[in-house]
Design a protein around this ligand. Structure first.
Ligand code: GTP
Ligand code: MG
Length: 322
């Protein structure tokens, strides 16, 4: 099978074909396994997917919620692709065991594609690997692409840079609200979801979130993050959440907000690749690190020597740019 055949099969819903293409773009293959990643990127372009980022603490119910959302979107006739990102694992390709069980409902549906993505050790990290995957699924004709990631460290900020609409999932009794505020995650979310509303404390969590948001000043026309309540395990509150996501999309579609978002997303992806390429090109020699540690030279001089810049030849404009 040539590449155009694989692409055609993937567009028609062939899971194995989709998996092969994803592996190629995630690993930036250069013709290994018969697939060249940049050729895939040239062949599979365009599309107009709704890209939803979903983040939250471990165990808050992200995968359960995604499964419920898939059912709602499928009901509306939409094709759904899911990338479950595990920022800590170097393994990829299969689904994480728990997710496989939870998403088993959709395993036989050709309109759904679910995959876990490992980003550790990949060139360019999460943004480059996941960005390439999102772009591919969108180009293959998926109407909705969901990126699920555990809310740790930098991961959720990077996810938000790739998504049109970012959902922050919280659960009562996890101290999540306060943690989210501390971590600054609150600022990147477009829609808050208090899941496990069947548990005590859900009303309090919703109240706290709303109170917190009433303190944020907004210009007229600016997006006001809604707070949705769900019981993902029982598919409750899903319609309201789908509606809230749709509202945010409509808001984005006004003026040039969506176009701007897409440009920012492209910039984030390019930046990730450039950063990775620079790290590859400018390796820090062991001996140089030793020299700095031993006080034989200073950090700034060492950095200049890695960059091949002795400091004597640099022009004023060069200095101003750095
Ligand atoms: N009571 C209750 N339990 C829920 C609800 N939603 C999910 N759960 C349970 O919470 C547990 C964790 O759910 P997951 O969907 O795996 O959570 P996750 O956020 O994807 O977890 P990680 O991928 O490990 O970060 C499971 O046992 C679910 O059955 C809910 O609305 N109410
Ligand atoms: Mg999960």
């Amino acid at each position: 099978m040539g590449l155009p055949d694989i692409v055609a099969a993937a567009r028609a819903g062939d899971r194995r074909a989709t998996a092969r293409l994803l592996t190629a773009v995630e690993n930036q293959t250069n013709g290994e396994n018969g697939i060249d990643a940049s050729e895939v990127a040239r062949l599979v372009t365009g599309g107009d997917a709704l890209i939803v980022g979903l983040t939250g603490s471990p165990g808050v119910g992200k995968s359960t919620l995604v499964s419920a959302l898939i059912a709602a979107w499928r009901e509306a006739g939409l094709r759904v692709g899911v990338l479950a990102v595990d920022p800590s694992s170097p393994f990829s390709g299969g689904a994480i065991l728990g997710d496989r069980v939870r998403m088993a409902d959709h395993a036989l549906d050709d309109g759904v594609y679910i995959r876990s993505v490992a980003t550790r050790g990949h060139l360019g990290g999460l943004a480059a690997t996941t960005g390439a995957g999102v772009r591919l699924l969108e180009g293959l004709g998926f109407d909705v692409v969901v990126v699920e990631t555990v809310g740790v460290g930098q991961a959720e900020v990077e996810i938000a840079s790739l998504a049109d609409t970012t959902l922050l999932l919280l659960a009562p009794g996890m101290g999540d609200g306060i943690q989210a505020v501390k971590a600054g995650v609150v600022e990147i979310a477009d829609v808050y979801v208090v899941n496990k509303a069947d548990r005590p404390g859900a009303d309090g969590a919703v109240r706290d979130l709303k109170a917190m948001m009433s303190l944020v000043r907004r210009e007229p026309g600016e997006w006001r993050q809604p707070v949705c309540t769900t019981v993902a395990a029982e598919s409750k509150g899903i319609d309201d959440l789908v509606a809230a996501i749709g509202k945010h999309r409509d808001w984005l579609a006004e003026g040039d907000r969506l176009a701007l978002k897409r440009r920012q997303r492209a910039a984030a992806e390019i930046r990730a690749r450039v950063d990775a390429a620079l790290r590859e090109r400018y390796k820090v020699p062991e001996a140089l690190a030793e020299a700095v540690a031993d006080g034989e030279t200073d950090v700034a001089s060492a950095a200049r020597s890695v960059l091949g810049d002795t400091g004597q030849t640099s022009s004023p404009s060069h200095r101003a740019a750095s």
